[in-house]
Design a protein around this ligand. Sequence first.
Ligand code: ATP
Ligand code: MG
Ligand code: MG
Length: 364
Amino acid sequence: SKRIGVLGAGQLGRMLALAGYPLGQKFGFYGMSEDEPSALLGNMHLHSEEADNLKALVDFADVITFESENTDLAVVREIAKTTPVYPGERSLEVSQHRGKEKTLFRDKGIPCANFAIINSLEELEKAVDVIGVPSILKTTTEGYDGKGQFMIKTGEEVEQAWNEIGGRELILEAFVDFHRELSLVAVRNAHGEHRFYPLVQNVHHKGILRYTIAPAQEVSEEVQKQAESYIQTLLDELDHVGVLTLELFETDYGLFANEMAPRVHNSGHWTIEGAQTSQFENHVRAICGLPLGSTEPKQPIAAMLNIVGETGPVEKVLQKENAHLHLYDKAERTGRKLGHITILSDTQDNLFADIKSLNDFLPL
Ligand code: ATP
Ligand code: MG
Ligand code: MG
């Protein structure tokens, strides 16, 4: 049994603990307040309002992991001097900076949008001339759920884009004309063993993931293998230990990488009921040095629906024979992920009928 210290105390940590307790592990969380999804779940819950709490977490833990790519790199580096941190600091450093991430993709031959780093309005004007429109301007760090982004549709919008999100380091990315958004969740342990879940399809609304279809339909074996080879390259290059997720665009010219996350991912939540081993359990196994579990789906097709903003009529979920409800114990707030629903099905048609019956949970 290991004591796992988690930097962060949100729903990802909560689901990590729910998967890790049956394996006999213990969890401590380091959050921001007493009122977070993992607060009452940990063997230990600490928050940053009190000094020395971080030290208490490190003292508690045999191994440290983190919930977010926005975790403070300096803190992780300091902890790593005394306690193993998985994934390691390189995975964190690269995936918390869109420029470093895209540079790695490019260096490793993984197709991605053309991009430029921007530090001034003049640099932005020059980059728009080269990259063209439409293009997407993003903060290099700290963005999530589509926050900190501006889509530049015409040359006239350049100054407005700079005024809205400029004044800090930005990245301009060519707009990728994609058919679908896919993602691949994979896991690697310290022995260099890899496992891959099937590619899934993700549908966003206003920058927020609303639902995932798992596996994505009509994906050839070749495309699955291509995506696996991209993520395996990243896992090995970073000496990554734990779960890594790669977001991909499917285009006429093949797969393009969008971004990666050095952690369990919202598009992998379906694995809790839908796969032999969930992404959370596999992350725990990986960081504890245990053998990895099977990533095989248990049913032909599944869906994950996010519950966003308001909780909604959850009794409808509980009344369905093939649906599972997860609530994260968070207060309602516009655009906030409060929970998710997993639906397991035998055919695509039946799955879409079930999704339709739960359309209270989807945006119009
Ligand atoms: P997440 O919540 O997944 O971490 P994020 O805020 O880090 O999101 P991205 O994933 O980079 O942001 O972008 C959010 C969404 O915007 C993407 O899922 C995609 O729909 C769209 N998008 C981002 N970059 C591009 C691009 N270069 N071309 C076309 N669409 C894009
Ligand atoms: Mg992101
Ligand atoms: Mg994304």
